[in-house]
Design a protein around this ligand. Sequence first.
Ligand SMILES: Cc1cc2ncn([C@H]3O[C@H](COP(=O)(O)O)[C@@H](O)[C@H]3O)c2cc1C
Ligand SMILES: O=C(O)c1cccnc1
Length: 352
Amino acid sequence: MLEVKNWTAKIPPVSDEARSQAAKRMNQLTKPPGSLGRLESLAIELAAVTGEPLPQCDPAAVLIMAADHGVTEEGISAYPPDVTAQMVYNFLRGGAAINALARQANAAVRVVDIGVASELEAESLRKRKVRPGTGNFAQTEAMTRDEVLTALQVGWEEAADLARSGTRLLAIGEMGIGNTTTSAALVAAFTGRSPMEVVGRGTGLDDERLLHKARVIEKALSFHSIDPSDPIDVLSKVGGLEVAGLAGAVLGAASHRVPVIMDGYISTVAAWIAAKIEPAVHPYLFASHLSVEPGHRVVLNDLGKTPLFSLDMRLGEGSGAALAIPIFQAACRILREMATFAEAGVSGATHE
Ligand SMILES: Cc1cc2ncn([C@H]3O[C@H](COP(=O)(O)O)[C@@H](O)[C@H]3O)c2cc1C
Ligand SMILES: O=C(O)c1cccnc1
């Protein structure tokens, strides 16, 4: 088994040189300085992380990790766990929200079975099952430390493989009935916040079941003795296979200088954990939207990332991240394709 620190050290620092060249060019382009707002800072940060003063964010890919959660036995989701596997087939047939949004963004979708409870058969599925679902963390540990490390490794390999085959921008998504409970448990474990502050309705719980969901997490946290300074320990006690896999994917993408677009609650928690494992990954992380799940704001704030938009979405799958892909590509095009004042013969400002 590889030790996490052997491979997390491989993340390159961002390029200050590319950042300053991009910032200089941004100010010479034919527009009043700052007039493209956050697209400008986005383009400059993409230059820094890719190391290219004229960054390229095309082609983009969506990486979806799917897994089941033993804690669904506690009645914490509005839907049955079988929906995880059923949605994986829906992804592979192209009928899910993420497929429509990825097609809109011209992005490929890769679906990885990293821990779906049932056996899945499909040619286009990446079969990387670490174990068939986690244990019910209200009663036992979710998985072993070795399983966490294997899931991280799988995620790293899947993202690295996409990067090697040309992906320049990675949107991350997930499918796993019960995973908003897992995410809330992880956030409560790391931050010490009460579960009630960081749980949400997920697929659509009423008030009574929301309270029950918070209580299940509360009990789980007092059942386990968790070391919040050890991300592998936290993941093994109350984590999810797709969460660990996505954390690994974030690290793998960053190791190839590929920027990562986070989606909603679950994928942002995964990226946040990746940054706890290896802080060098932080500049490679970009927020897309703000989910309706209340804990999402908590994690984004802790990461210091501001979402680009807020459309009251609460789906997951990578949907918000896919929707953001064209914004990232637009930011890259601005640096690559706009003329400078000198090139276009346009007069500069008369007043500074
Ligand atoms: C049909 C369907 C499609 C989905 N696509 C994403 N999720 C989302 O909902 C699940 C998390 O919510 P909870 O913690 O309440 O179970 C995850 O699978 C997430 O990706 C879906 C959920 C359903 C029902
Ligand atoms: O924010 C999310 O990603 C989310 C919210 C509800 C259900 N599934 C995912």
